[in-house]
Every structure is written in structure tokens, then in C-alpha cells.
Write a protein that binds this ligand. Structure first.
Ligand SMILES: [Zn+2]
Ligand SMILES: [Zn+2]
Ligand SMILES: [Zn+2]
Length: 282
């Protein structure tokens, strides 16, 4: 935190130096980023990100959108940048980044967003993405569940296959997935494996969402600090959700400087504190 001399801000453990919350997902077909916070450029340079086929937004708070324009590097390479967001978040993006959404935006290196309003599950490549509407203080924001067909997973070596083809949201989604306005009405077909649930900003996780993500391999969940907060889960609340979801592994994210990396040693088995640059292969 700017101008702070607390133990975490002065910690010698590099994992205590944290930028804004975001994840980058690479699949055999395509790659995308969830949120482009203020630090997106720094993060993309640090991780040597060479390919972004789409961006998915959780909500429009500044710590999740202010790096949006730095997608121009990837947008130019593709010709446009598919942007997936709820109608409310898209409205905010269009207002804040009017210069990019403006149809008369003709400068070749400008970001050219291609808006896709999320009103139910959709696919990027072979990954099924189910929105998870959760309360974040007084607002409702989206988390996401990422699932893939079991057979596809068995046949794929994600380390060696390069992205070759990108399918946009028009990809065929199994019949029972379509038509659901929100993740609350959605379900994941039995043939799909729930791989990652990402809930970066939430103050509660409704039972319907817990049911939807139950048994997911990796749960990445908001755990701001030990003390309660009006718009974020505390460590205790996040542990309660994890106990209901029963993932193989849980990672805490969106941490504030009240919570040192060393607190991980006091957490139950299978629960970790995520850190910048953490990579998971699933
Ligand atoms: Zn501090
Ligand atoms: Zn937020
Ligand atoms: Zn946030």
C-alpha cells in the first residue's frame, strides 16, 4: 500500500508484494484474461504474455478495469478484442473507455473492443464459462466457473499444444446450458469437468452458487483479511464457503495488507494464499 510501513508492506517475502487481482488462462485453443486492473501492463510484461484472445470482466471497479487500454497490443494483433461482461459492466466500460468503443475509432493501433454481453453460459474454444453472480456489497458482480469436457481433457497435453483456433461466444453450447440468464439458473453437464471457480470479489456466496461449483478442482476466492469487511469475504467466511464447495484446492485472492503470506501456515490443509505470478496447471 502506498505510504504504509506495516509488516506486510515492508516484508522481505516477495510474495507479500501484491498487484491487483487478475488471472490469465491458457487452453489448447485460446487464451484470455479475467479483468485488466491498473497493473495489467506490468503483469503482462512480467509474465511475458504474448497472446490474449479475449477479456472477461467480473465488474467495473477501477482495480479491475483500468488497464483495459493496454489490451491494444493484443487487439491489434487479432484485429479486434472480444470483450465479455455483464450489461451493467459493459455500460461502464463504454463510458470510461469511450474513445475505444467509439465506432469512428480508426487509428490502427487503438484498442478495438468487440462487445459480448454475458447473459448465460458461453464458450471460449472448448471451455464452458458459467457466470456466477454474487453479492459484492450492494452490487451483484460476476465470478466465473470454467469447465471442459472430460474426454477432451484426457486427450490433451496443455503444456505442448499451442493455441490454433479461437471460437467466439457463438460456439454451440449444450442445449441445457442455453437460455439461462444467470449462473444461478445454470448447471454444468455431467460430461464436463469443473476445473476452476473464480470469485475474486464477493461479500457472500449464495447456496445456488455453492451448489453450482461444488466439487470444482480449484476454488480461487476472495479473502481480504481476518476482520469482516462490507464488500469482501473475510478469511473465516471464505473458509466456510470452501468447506461447503469441497474443492481439491483453494486459493485465497484479493488480499489486503492485513494478511501476510505467512498466515498460510495456519490455514487448513488444501487452502493456500495465492501470490503474484502463481501458475497452476490443471
Ligand atoms: Zn501496509
Ligand atoms: Zn470490486
Ligand atoms: Zn476488486
Amino acid at each position: 500500500m502506498i505510504g504504509c510501513d506495516c509488516d506486510v508492506c515492508r516484508s522481505p517475502d516477495p510474495r507479500d508484494q501484491r498487484l491487483r487481482s487478475s488471472i490469465y488462462i491458457e487452453t489448447p485453443e485460446c487464451s484470455w484474461v479475467v479483468d485488466t486492473g491498473t497493473d495489467f501492463r506490468t503483469q503482462a510484461l512480467r509474465e511475458n504474455i504474448r497472446n490474449v484472445d479475449a477479456v472477461i470482466f467480473t465488474h467495473s471497479h477501477t482495480d479491475h478495469i483500468m488497464g483495459f487500454d493496454d489490451l491494444r497490443r493484443f487487439s491489434h494483433a487479432r484485429g479486434s478484442m472480444p470483450v465479455y461482461a455483464s450489461a451493467e459492466t459493459m455500460r461502464d466500460l463504454e463510458r470510461v473507455f469511450q474513445f475505444a468503443f467509439n465506432p469512428s475509432n480508426a487509428a490502427p493501433y487503438y484498442l478495438k473492443p468487440e462487445p459480448h454481453i454475458i447473459d448465460g453460459p458461453f464458450k471460449l474454444g472448448e471451455t464452458l464459462i458459467t457466470p456466477l453472480p454474487v453479492p459484492h456489497g450492494d452490487s451483484i458482480v460476476n465470478g466465473y466457473l470454467f469447465s471442459r469436457a472430460c474426454a477432451c481433457l484426457r486427450n490433451t497435453d496443455s503444456q505442448s499444444v499451442r493455441p490454433t483456433e479461437f471460437h467466439s461466444g457463438e460456439s454451440k453450447i449444450p442445449d441445457k446450458m442455453s437460455g439461462g440468464r444467470t449462473g444461478q439458473e445454470a448447471c454444468v453437464p455431467d460430461t464436463y469437468e469443473k476445473l476452476v471457480a473464480y470469485l475474486s470479489d464477493c461479500s457472500a456466496v449464495p447456496d445456488t452458487i455453492v451448489d453450482l461449483i461444488a466439487g470444482v478442482k480449484v476454488l480461487i476466492i476472495d479473502a481480504l483479511r481476518d476482520r469482516p469487511h462490507p464488500t469482501h469475504l473475510s478469511v473465516g467466511q471464505a473458509l466456510e464457503v470452501a468447506a461447503l464447495v469441497k474443492p481439491d484446492a483453494t486459493y485465497f485472492t484479493h488480499l489486503c495488507h492485513d494478511l501476510p503470506q505467512s498466515a498460510e501456515s495456519q490455514l487448513p490443509k488444501g487452502v493456500r494464499i495465492a501470490y503474484d505470478g502463481l501458475q497452476l496447471t490443471i
